[in-house]
Design a protein around this ligand. Structure first.
Ligand code: HEC
Length: 174
């Protein structure tokens, strides 16, 4: 019986500690951690229209296609910032690889094409839902699955630097 009583009081003590270490609601760190991000890939994104492409060199060595839904394309073509709510911009990333097939034809290494898909990033405009991150919801998917919320914290502070273009870096390629 004695052991049991000790056990119960130990558990009560630990529970008490836990309750007092949990940050109070409204705590700044908690608010940032709770900033919502995009956890589901928008349906039909593969049918969006092409905005532009981007190659990132170095270790990434990636080839990216940036696509926009109809709302994004209309705003881009009208050159209107900020983008309206409902805008979705997708960045499809692939390994940048030489095409053996094409290079055989050229007789030298000249052709580079998308290799294995690496990730897909999204920016979805919804001024109220994503107010904490400038009205944009950020999403990062590998194999169709969202990455951990912690990996999403870097998106907003960097994209925020595109001050003249509503946090979007990619320009419309005519
Ligand atoms: C260090 C700065 C930086 C960080 C961090 C960053 N991005 Fe970007 N992002 C860029 C730049 C620069 C471009 C345009 C060049 C390119 O696509 O390679 C871009 C392009 C994009 C695009 C295409 C639309 C646009 O703005 O050009 C999307 C979508 C995107 N990023 C989403 C994300 C997401 C989601 C995250 C977080 C997981 C993220 N980015 C983190 C700098 C950043």
């Amino acid at each position: 019986v004695k052991h049991y009583a000790f056990f119960v009081s130990a558990i009560v003590a630990i529970a008490g500690l836990l309750i007092f270490t949990v940050p109070a609601p409204g705590h700044a760190d908690e608010a940032t951690a709770a900033a919502p991000y995009v956890t589901e890939m928008p349906q039909g994104y593969r049918d969006y229209q092409w905005v532009s492409s981007a190659h990132e060199a170095g270790n990434l060595n990636s080839l990216g296609a940036v696509l926009g839904n109809d709302i994004a394309m209309k705003a881009y073509r009208e050159g209107k910032y900020p983008f309206p709510d409902g805008t979705i911009i997708a960045a499809l990333h692939y390994k940048n690889v030489p095409s053996d097939e094409n290079n055989k034809i050229f007789g030298k290494v000249q052709s580079f094409v998308p290799g294995a898909p690496t990730n897909i990033q999204f920016m979805i405009k919804n001024s109220s839902r994503y107010a904490a991150t400038g009205g944009w919801g950020f999403g990062f998917f590998e194999n169709g699955k969202p990455v951990a919320a912690a990996s999403m914290k870097s998106c907003y502070p960097c994209h925020e630097k595109a001050t003249d273009t509503d946090m979007v870096f990619t320009r419309y390629a005519p």
